[in-house]
Design a protein around this ligand. Structure first.
Ligand code: MN
Length: 718
């Protein structure tokens, strides 16, 4: 049974200053999460993630990978959430665990077609972070090693899948050691008879083989030393699966399988590889056609080595693999060798570059299999249950949660891009910002510098980043606007009594007032006034003598004063801008329902921001003039508002359709429509239409008036 100490020992061997506490923390976290769970063997479940982490530590993987390995089954099998993992272990670990969990949900079947598809999924997952696959491979290795305890049908399934999917993937990633383990362990369960036979034969011949190996090693070492080529020579039987395949493909019994023994010569330099090759060929006659130079022409998985088969002592065919120590390292552990913890270097940047290189290569390998068009076409299929993959204009791949929109994508690129996005082009076509992205979509975001986040976006964005950034922006904007409103209200009141705002704010009694009301500073005060929580008069009473407030009360009518004030202060630039429903601070009077282009006035409500009304709205006119503020429509940004139109028409078939067409012909969307017939054979229809301004509304009304059978058209404001 693996123990925590085994893991810690393995780590400190290659990373002496590793954050052991973090590993312990992850171990305890996993222990608690899996508490009470047992593996089929009866062992505590925890032995599995621990075993996986140890396998990865033997590959000398970085700390995040090991922590994620310890946690890799918590989200799938326990009540632990990704959020918890992120809070405790950060987003790197969270993403790795998430990736492994998702990969675990891919079900492989043995049909070739499904395999190709799943292979693609693996490739795409690798493109995100190769460590996800490494954890998954280690997970599978550990499961195979402990497969004995599983029921037989489960054993067969897992073994077959390992052979069909995991071994080729390990091979593609250049991870020879994993590949061999997948193949041999799978064989053991899939063809137990053959496996037992091979095992027996190889064991029976062990003494003879060892003797032979010793003999060859001695000869090779001698000639290498004489020629000053320092090397390490070793020999071993080939792995069971490759012997079995030979027997099967050549239809021969074990006894007739040649070159069961393979020798490996490890040297220091590339030059020495060729020197060693020459020396081997001078000792024994090479078999024509069996020499392969994978150094000059590396395999797709980066494997480099010289291969040659010669007629060795006693007329035996033996294979020699000659490579440098470094090439050997990569041959065994492939991509994992690139991801190793590297002392003193290996910062995020060089790792990213490495990652990028490998991704490119992975995708290249993949396109070798099938033509690119077909590849892209299948990528468009849903890849993961809850993710979509999309392409940037530069052809880079991005992963987003299913249901993500162009706005999510824009925020994923950069907060500024998100804030300023006005539209998107998907596969060359303009789409609404609420469009749901599909895997394989190629997306381009259109931005406009003046554009600002819209509150509506919150109703359709999917990613937490987009949500948080939009909220943050709106909050900040709300805060600024409330200050502007507050300042305007205070100025208005001050001017009325001939007082100065800055003097009022600096008055010691006001400072005490701030403290008493838990307001941080003058800005906080203005903001509170803007929200209608504090009335300006309340403040003025503190600083001005009673007589002042009374004496000047009569001066000037409200409207004149406001106008005059605006003239001299020229503050129109920083007036409250109405940006449609996007505003938090601003809401529209349901009574008059203003649309862009209508003259408007704001009214500061108690604690609910500014209520915007058409300037001559009867409800507005009934309010306290002291609390009215100047507002204006944002001109830079199109604002969509709902306007209500009432149409009286003759009641006959086809009218509703004719009216709808009249509206939509103006490029206007109908949000809602109702119709009711009257006793005098007429019908009253109301349409809620989405318009961007008063001009457009006029066009819609004109267009409706041209329809035959229409009696009257009017805009409804109540
Ligand atoms: Mn697992």
């Amino acid at each position: 049974m693996p123990r925590l100490d085994d893991l810690l020992d393995a780590i400190t061997r290659y990373q002496p200053d590793a954050d052991v506490d973090l590993i312990k923390k992850a171990y305890l976290f996993a222990a608690k999460a899996h508490e009470g769970q047992k593996r089929r063997s009866g062992e505590p479940y925890l032995t599995h993630p621990l075993g996986v982490a140890i396998i990865l530590a033997q590959l000398r993987m970085d700390l995040a990978t090991l922590v994620s390995a310890l946690l890799h089954d918590t989200v799938e099998d326990t009540s632990v959430t990704l959020e918890e993992i992120e809070n405790r272990f950060g987003d790197e670990v969270r993403n790795l665990v998430d990736g492994v969990t998702k990969l675990g949900k891919i079900k492989f079947t043995t049909s070739e077609e499904a395999q190709a598809e799943n292979f693609r999924k693996m490739i795409m997952a690798m493109a995100q972070d190769i460590r996800v696959i490494l954890i998954k491979l280690a997970d599978r290795v550990h499961n195979l090693r402990t497969l004995e305890a599983m029921p037989e049908d489960k054993q067969m399934d897992i073994a077959q899948e390992s052979l069909d999917i995991y071994a080729p993937i390990a091979n593609r990633l250049g991870m020879q050691a994993f590949k061999i383990e997948f193949e041999d362990l799978s064989l053991k369960f899939l063809k137990p008879d053959i496996y037992r036979m091979l095992d027996e034969q190889i064991r029976n011949r062990r003494d003879k083989r060892e003797k032979y190996i010793k003999q060859v090693v001695k000869i090779v070492e001698k000639i290498m030393t004489e020629n000053s080529v320092p090397c390490e020579v070793s020999g071993r039987h080939k792995h069971y699966y490759s012997i079995q395949r030979k027997m099967e493909s050549q239809k021969i019994p074990f006894d007739e399988v040649h070159d069961i023994i393979a020798f490996r010569i490890l040297v220091d330099s590339l030059q020495q590889c060729y020197e060693a090759l020459g020396l081997i060929h001078s000792l024994w006659r090479p078999i024509p056609g069996r020499f392969k130079d994978y150094i000059a022409m590396p395999k797709a998985n980066n494997y480099q080595s010289l291969h040659t088969t010669v007629i060795g002592p006693e007329g035996e065919r033996v294979e020699f693999q000659i490579r440098t120590h470094k090439m050997h390292e990569i041959a065994n552990h492939g991509i994992a060798a690139h991801w190793r913890y590297k002392e003193g270097k290996g910062g995020a940047k060089s790792r990213d570059e490495m990652k990028f290189q490998w991704i490119r290569r992975l995708l290249e390998w993949h396109s070798e299999l099938k033509d690119p068009a077909e590849f892209l076409d299948t990528v468009k299929l849903d890849l993961f249950a809850d993710d979509v993959y999309i392409f940037t204009p530069k052809g880079e791949l991005r992963e987003l949660p299913r249901g993500s929109t162009p706005v999510d994508f824009a925020y994923a690129i950069h907060t500024e891009v998100g804030h300023c996005c006005v539209g998107a082009r998907v596969n060359g076509k303009i789409v609404p910002l609420s469009y749901q992205l599909h895997s394989g979509d190629s997306i381009e975001i259109l931005t406009k510098k003046e554009m600002r986040p819209n509150r509506d976006w919150l109703s359709f964005v999917k990613t937490s980043k987009a949500k948080a950034k939009i909220r943050q922006y709106l909050k900040q904007e709300e805060h600024q606007q409330s200050q502007q409103v507050g300042r305007e209200l205070l100025e208005k009141a001050c001017h009325r009594f001939g007082l100065s705002v800055s003097k009022v704010l600096k008055d010691p009694t006001v400072e005490k007032y701030l403290q008493d009301h838990h307001l941080r500073d003058g800005e906080g005060l203005l903001s509170a006034i803007g929200y209608g929580k504090i009335l300006p008069m309340e403040l003025l009473r503190l600083v001005a003598p009673k007589e002042t407030l009374e004496e000047k009360k009569e001066v000037g009518a409200e409207s004149t004063l406001t106008k005059w004030m605006r003239k001299i202060t020229g503050r129109s630039a920083d007036q409250v801008k109405v940006r449609g429903v996007s505003d938090v601070l601003i809401n529209f009077g349901g009574c008059c329902n203003p649309v862009p282009g209508d003259p408007i006035t704001g009214y500061v409500t108690r604690g609910k921001g500014v209520s915007v009304h058409v300037s001559d709205c009867s409800k507005l006119l009934a309010t306290d003039p002291d609390r009215r503020v100047h507002v204006e429509w944002e001109k830079e940004i199109p604002i969509s508002r709902i306007a209500k139109i009432r149409v009286l028409c003759v009641n006959r078939p086809g009218m509703l359709q004719a009216m709808s067409e009249a509206i939509t012909s103006q490029g206007v969307n109908i949000a809602q429509a109702t119709a009711r017939s009257t006793e005098d054979q007429r019908a009253i229809n109301t349409f809620d239409v989405e318009i961007t301004g008063i001009e457009q509304l006029r066009h819609v009304i004109k267009s409706l008036e041209r329809v035959k059978g229409i009696v009257s058209v009017e805009r409804v404001r109540e």
